[in-house]
Design a protein. Structure first.
Length: 323
């Protein structure tokens, strides 16, 4: 199965690089006005993507995450793969289920549209294959919620099972306050007696920990668990920490708050890969400090007190502007 092995060779191999922040000019990560130039041309964003991929690979990251809805991210990654020719040890994941509709406009009124239908899958898997070809290792249903047809459409399940038979691991990502329910429903899905999904990528961070028990169950069931949004779309990477406990531990560990937050995710026993969504090489370098940071049980307990209710967290996230 082309997903990361259970025992990575180095701590850095538990980090992955997500391209959500650099494949298109607008996204909901805080601080983009500081991280990116005002003129976010196609060439500028491609160059930034290459810089991040070059650094990530040089530092030992061996997992890259993209999606159909990340603007031109699959295209950027495809061209980078062709020019750099990294080894097959670099695993490539993409996602389908959202279509980018932003037309390279930072303030597009509708930047992306969700569609988990068979028709959407057929179109988007062909598009992804046109860019990534045989380099596609993991294909995930993007942002599954408990009411998603991806959990009930048997024709779609057959399509996904056929992709798995062709050698691509099939997974899902989740979002929203019902992540726990979506993950548990996915664990029950089988095709011809075999589990359909072999990986799950979910939002988990110090402010939103509600998916943790379900992710532990997924891990026990043999799924590869990938953590996204570990910095809460930039809320946990601000120059001034958002919580006094985080401020105290950044001082105690002499590490930036983004490294502490990412380290907390890496310390979860069920987490196999934790994604960095860095938009600059400076931030990626800071994020990688998390792999060198050891947090004590007492420090992790202190950090657990930062969690918000899922409803509060996702309500706040829904109000973040694309910028």
């Amino acid at each position: 199965m082309p997903v990361p092995p259970a025992r990575p060779q180095s701590p850095v191999e538990r980090m992955g690089l997500g391209l959500a922040a650099v494949g298109r000019p607008g996204y909901i990560t805080l601080g983009r006005e500081r991280d990116l130039p005002a003129a976010r041309t196609f060439a500028t964003m491609r160059r930034r993507t290459y810089e991040l991929l070059d650094l990530a690979h040089a530092r030992g990251i061996r997992y890259v995450d993209t999606a159909r809805s990340y603007g031109h991210a699959e295209e950027f990654l495809s061209n980078w793969l062709a020019s750099r020719r990294p080894s097959r040890s670099l695993l490539v994941a993409s996602k389908w289920g959202y279509a980018y509709t932003g037309s390279w406009n930072t303030h597009a009124p509708v930047p992306e549209v969700k569609d988990h239908s068979v028709r959407s899958y057929d179109r988007q898997v062909a598009e992804t294959r046109s860019w990534l070809g045989s380099r596609l290792d993991l294909y995930q249903v993007h942002s599954v919620t408990p009411d998603s047809p991806a959990l009930t459409d048997t024709a779609l399940h057959r399509r996904l099972a056929a992709l798995a038979t062709a050698g691509v691991t099939v997974g899902l990502t989740t979002s929203g306050p019902g992540q726990r329910d979506a993950i548990r429903a996915a664990l029950d899905l089988t095709v011809d007696g075999r589990p359909l999904f072999r990986s799950v990528q979910a939002t988990w961070n110090l402010l939103e920990t509600s998916a943790g028990p379900a992710l532990a169950e997924a891990h026990e069931a043999g799924l590869t668990v990938i953590v996204k949004e570990a910095l809460a779309n930039g809320r946990l990477a601000q120059p001034r920490p958002v919580h006094p406990v985080l401020a105290s531990l950044t001082e105690a560990t002499n590490a930036p708050c983004d490294a502490v937050a990412l380290a907390a995710a890496l310390h979860q026993p069920w987490a196999r890969i934790v994604l960095s969504g860095a938009a600059t090489t400076h931030h990626l370098t800071a994020n990688l400090l998390a792999t060198e940071l050891s947090l004590s049980p007492d420090q992790l307990t202190q950090l657990s007190g930062m969690a918000e209710t899922p409803q509060t967290y996702w309500s706040h996230r829904s109000r973040l502007p694309w910028n």
